[in-house]
Design a protein around this ligand. Structure first.
Ligand code: URA
Length: 242
């Protein structure tokens, strides 16, 4: 027997749109279940039994047997390996109710928060992590002390992080708080060396207090509370490589 699932969740799982947008589609009368237009939120369907149509076209959950793509707003304190030899909490523990064998795409340090994609699509992982595709990753980093314009120029042009000179990066000052003696920067990179942002900041002599990834390509986690996740829409997945 298949499980019941809320209509908006089913639509979002099928990649129609975000869950919130799917609620709007329901209220606007654009969704039919077994031929009947539904305008109330809260109804549940059985995906294997009920016929769901959007603008009179049947919606099918290809994800059920295919690939799933998830964006998580990772909290600090979780590791991005699938299993941790020291028994630390892994990000997979935050993704409940997904039977596909998903894994994180790339990594975030245990003490970095923010956008992390998980999927069971190996080709997608290869493409996203391959430098050829130059997918931008956007970070907000809080540093101890006050940065200078010279520091910013160095980060923009590339710095020596020990075993590698970083490629050019977009760097913007978001805030310098003289009283608290902290600086906040936005750094956009399109590479993914181990602990790259932290090592870039260390190379200009600054200690990282907090690091958060706000975006992967155009996919951000503004609409997700820390620790929460959602499915990516097909459009979001395809747009990553444009
Ligand atoms: N750069 C880092 O230093 N840490 C991360 O987790 C991601 C990018």
């Amino acid at each position: 027997m298949s499980e019941e699932i809320r209509l908006q969740k089913f639509l979002a799982n099928c990649g129609i749109a975000s869950r919130r947008k799917c609620e709007e589609l329901i209220v606007q009368g654009k969704i039919k279940v077994n031929g009947e237009t539904i305008t109330q939120l809260g109804i549940k369907i059985e995906p294997n039994l009920d016929k769901v149509c959007y603008n009179d076209k049947e919606v099918k959950n290809n994800n059920a047997s295919e690939y799933v793509y998830i964006i998580l707003n990772k909290p600090i304190g979780y590791v991005t390996t699938s299993k941790d030899q020291f028994g630390r909490a892994t990000v997979l523990e935050l993704i409940k109710g997904v039977s596909a064998r998903i894994v994180p795409v790339g990594r975030l340090d245990m003490y970095t928060s923010g956008a992390l994609i998980l999927t069971n699509d190996g080709d997608f992982i290869y493409k996203v992590t391959h430098p050829k595709h130059e997918i931008e990753k956007t970070y907000t980093v809080t540093l101890k002390g006050q940065v200078t314009l010279e520091d910013i120029e160095k980060l923009r042009n590339g710095v020596d992080i020990g075993d590698y000179i970083t490629k050019s990066a977009k760097v913007k000052i978001l805030k310098i708080d003289n009283q608290k003696n902290i600086s906040r920067l936005e750094i956009v990179i399109h590479e993914g060396k181990n602990r790259q942002v932290r090592r870039m900041c260390e190379s200009i002599g600054k200690k990282v207090i907090a690091l958060h990834r706000t975006k992967i390509g155009n996919i951000d986690v503004k609409d997700l509370k820390i620790g929460k996740w959602r499915y990516l829409t097909k459009k979001e997945v395809n747009n990553l490589f444009k």
